[in-house]
Design a protein around this ligand. Structure first.
Ligand code: PLP
Length: 392
């Protein structure tokens, strides 16, 4: 007799994409080059590590405020005002175990069984999983590759029904690398206000933007603060993915509702790691700028190399650590291309279809996860694959 809950048995099966296929493949692990993962290759800056170690040595080993350490939330409120244009009090900030946990708490606190949640497509599969665990229904709003995946409010409005409760926005966008501009965000905000919807705004890549791109938090637009739950994290900005540190920002009432989830699932985020986070907010910017510079160089190298490969067209990502090249010229499904690349070259890339039908015809390659040498080697191998394909 199955003892599993329906929220598990009735949710559509979640795939881990090409990572699982790579681990099960015949290629020896040492030969695999992982461009499908989404983590920074940098290590956490020393001053942040030291702050956490000092906290441990000082005996910061006990329970702390369930919403997050007060000095951390105070520092975050200052950061949110100066960098994100969000004027919030400490009761509007909830420190969480990574962005994933902030989003989980928000979705569990607001989504009832049967509620519909719109995901701009290509979407981030993990957020779909959370909606399904809450009993909600995921509705994809496909954006147009020909329009560089711009936010087109008409395409989104067509998916709104009386059951729609929220829209998930990922800005800067994984997997497309888009950083949405003020006009696009304003259009989405107007839609949310007109239909009285919540926005779940994933801003995990807020600091990973290049050139002239400017990250704008949708909650800073008029009328949006009360209907947006914004998610941030230390993950990508400060290369702290393994620390599991993020935070949600919302109205005091919504934060209180989310606290009902987080106090029951984790109580709070580990105390000493929050001291590392405090150091990151106070003194992390020099390291962020340096990491950003290195990521931009990697991005430029990858995009230039991809565009020299026959059958590949790659727009310059405005943010994130992903290139999302168009490989429709090969005339086969992206999953098949990703599997051929794995089998023939040992390079692991993600199929665009993993992010929904609107991502079909594309591949997602992370330029931020591997060392420069291994990235160069991966691009050589990919070049051979595409040259062979187009030479018959
Ligand atoms: C769009 C997006 N949201 C959330 C996450 C996960 O963030 P965290 O590790 O802080 O939970 C990722 C990680 O790759 C991501 O790309």
């Amino acid at each position: 007799m199955s003892k599993l809950a329906r929220r598990i048995t009735e949710a559509s099966p979640k795939s881990f994409g090409m990572y699982e296929k790579a681990m099960a493949s015949a290629t020896p692990a040492a030969e695999l080059i992982h461009l499908e993962v989404g983590r920074p290759c940098h290590d956490t800056p020393d001053n942040i590590v030291e702050a956490a170690v000092d906290a441990l040595r000082r005996g910061e080993v006990h329970y702390s405020d369930m919403r997050g350490l007060l000095p951390l939330r105070e520092a975050l409120a200052v950061k949110l005002a100066s960098e994100n244009g969000m004027d919030v009090g400490v009761d509007q900030i909830l420190v969480t175990n990574g962005l994933t946990h902030a989003a989980f708490a928000a979705i569990m606190a607001t989504i009832d069984p049967g509620d519909e949640v719109i995901h701009l497509e290509p979407f981030y599969p993990q957020h779909v999983g959370k909606v399904e665990l809450a009993g909600g229904r995921m509705v994809a709003a496909p954006l147009d590759a020909e329009d560089n995946f711009r936010i087109n409010p008409d395409l989104i409005e067509a998916k709104i029904t009386p059951k729609t409760k929220a829209i998930v926005l990922i800005n800067p966008c994984n997997p497309t690398g888009r950083v949405y501009d003020a006009k696009e965000l304003q259009a989405l905000a107007e839609l949310a206000i007109r239909h009285d919807l919540l926005i779940f705004s994933d801003e995990v890549y807020e600091k990973v933007v290049y050139d002239d791109a400017k990250h704008i938090s949708i909650a800073s637009l008029p009328g949006m603060a009360e209907r947006t739950i914004s998610f941030f994290a230390f993950t990508k900005a400060y290369a702290m993915d393994g620390w599991r540190l993020g935070y949600a920002v919302a109205s005091p009432a919504l934060v209180k509702a989310m606290l009902n989830v987080t106090t029951n699932d984790v109580t709070h985020v580990s105390t000493f790691s929050q001291h590392g986070a405090l150091e990151a907010v106070r003194n992390g910017e020099t390291a962020v700028r340096q990491m950003n510079k290195e990521d931009r160089e990697r991005r430029d190298n990858m995009v230039q190399a991809l565009n020299q490969m026959p059958g590949v067209r790659c727009a310059l990502p405005e943010g994130t650590i992903y290139a999302f090249p168009d490989v429709r010229a090969l005339g086969k499904p992206s999953q098949q291309i990703a599997e051929e690349i794995l089998a023939e070259t040992g390079v692991v890339v993600e199929a665009g279809s993993f992010y929904g039908a609107a991502g079909e015809g594309h591949l997602r390659l992370c330029f931020g996860a591997e060392s420069d040498d291994r990235l160069a080697e991966a691009l050589n191998r990919l070049s051979q694959y595409f040259n062979q394909r187009t030479n018959g």
